[in-house]
Write a protein that binds this ligand. Structure first.
Ligand SMILES: Cc1ncc(COP(=O)(O)O)c(C=O)c1O
Length: 394
């Protein structure tokens, strides 16, 4: 089928809020996608940081198929065992104070839950967030999103919180007044262009929040589940926030997300403060359990750290050989960015890469973001990266 036929079919009925690449995908396996014409692509985006164990990992497919044939969904007035397993697992793989979790369906919902919790625990109603941040597209998340292009069109229905420059502790200190319930920060910014804060930033945030009686929320929807070479990116500084959000990689492709908190914060919630029809379904939790099992059994966190370090080394070497092309190469684990000196070079890079059989993303209009599956075969990663770099330098 020609892509033009797909485009015109969609154009008749799709709400046009998303810009597509001219590719209609029908299958995925590992780090590869196949389109309707049978062309194969290496996916350097893992479906936007989601398919952390690769597309259609057999263990995930089996867990979902098995659970689907048993019980997909119940009302949340019943206990269910996949959910019990998942909340125990989450408590075991995250820092000890984060013992309590609630399972939802998407990253933005996890952020909503986190903001509600912070309000409940402090009685305060303002928030501090950072420039370039991305926290989702529902209204509460839009309130704290740092990226103006997403927030500004809706400010009249959801007035923004205080947005301060990322990686600037003085700015946070100045903004955390006694009406602030929480500071919400990505430990490494993903959508904002793979921004890695300086050493001491996360610890500094903790100190500022403690002094001001505000909570600290780490949004790990993109950085969690091994993406940065640790289970959670907060482990790079061993700073424990009051609330953590997870999503994306948690379900490996199945929609599931979570927010986790401490006993102290959990004590402030009241029955009925939050709820969801689908969140924590047996099916979603079976998927997340399978992902966490595979991540551990296949040592994908270590792999993310090691392969990410090799990738950064390669990109830095390429940058040295092409002076003036990139202004920076940075990242943690398999969340790596190359920033163009001239952003116009990134403008249609994803389109040109698709022609060459590679799916790649340019974040914040100027940063090539590499965030493939954590188990991408090394030869596939580096051959796809070679393709992208050749296009970037052309
Ligand atoms: C850090 C962060 N938080 C929240 C979200 C929103 O997640 P979702 O698209 O699942 O609602 C994203 C999505 O990119 C994200 O990167």
């Amino acid at each position: 089928m020609e892509i033009e036929a797909v485009e015109s079919r969609e154009a008749a009925h799709f709400l046009p809020v998303v810009k597509r690449l001219p590719v209609a995908v029908v299958e995925g396996s590992g780090a590869r996608l196949t389109d309707v014409a049978g062309k194969s692509y290496i996916d350097l985006t893992a479906g936007w940081g989601v398919t952390c164990i690769g597309h259609c990992h057999p263990a995930l497919v089996e867990a979902i198929s098995d659970q689907a044939g048993r019980l997909m969904q119940t009302t949340n007035i019943f206990y269910n065992f996949p959910q019990l397993d998942l909340i125990e697992r989450l408590a075991a793989v995250t820092p000890p104070p984060l013992t309590r979790s609630f399972i939802v369906n998407s990253g933005t919902e996890a952020v909503e839950g986190a903001l509600k919790l912070a309000h409940r625990a402090t009685g305060r109603s303002n928030f501090v967030s950072t420039t370039g941040s991305f926290h989702g597209r529902t209204l509460g998340a839009l309130r704290v999103i740092g990226q103006e292009k997403h927030r500004e069109p809706f400010e009249r229905i959801m007035p923004p919180s205080k947005v301060v420059p990322y990686d600037d502790l003085d700015a946070v200190r100045g903004a955390v007044t006694d009406d602030v319930a929480a500071v919400i920060v990505e430990p490494v910014q993903g959508e904002g262009g793979v921004n890695v804060p300086g050493d001491g930033y996360l610890a500094g945030l903790r100190e500022i929040c403690d002094a001001a009686g505000a909570l600290l929320i780490f949004d790990e929807v993109q950085t969690g589940v091994g993406r940065t070479g640790r289970m959670l990116a907060l482990e790079h500084e061993n700073v424990v926030p009051d609330i953590v959000t997870l999503g994306k990689g948690l379900g490996g492709g199945f929609p599931v997300a979570a927010f986790l908190t401490t006993e102290e914060v959990a004590e402030t919630v009241q029955l009925g403060d939050h709820g969801t029809t689908y969140g924590g379904s047996p099916l979603a939790c079976a998927a997340a359990n399978a992902v966490l099992r595979v991540v551990t059994e296949e040592k994908l966190i270590e792999r993310s750290a090691n392969l990410g370090a090799k990738l950064i080394e390669k990109l830095r070497g390429f940058s040295d050989d092409h002076p003036g092309l990139f202004s920076d190469v940075r990242g943690r684990g398999l969340l790596v960015g190359c920033e163009f000196n001239d952003p116009s070079r990134g403008a249609d890079l994803n389109l040109r890469a698709v022609d060459e059989g590679v799916i790649v993303n340019v974040a914040a209009g100027r940063v090539i973001r590499f965030f493939p599956a954590l188990n991408i075969p090394e030869d596939e990663l580096f051959s796809a990266v070679d393709t992208v770099l050749a296009l970037a330098a052309a």
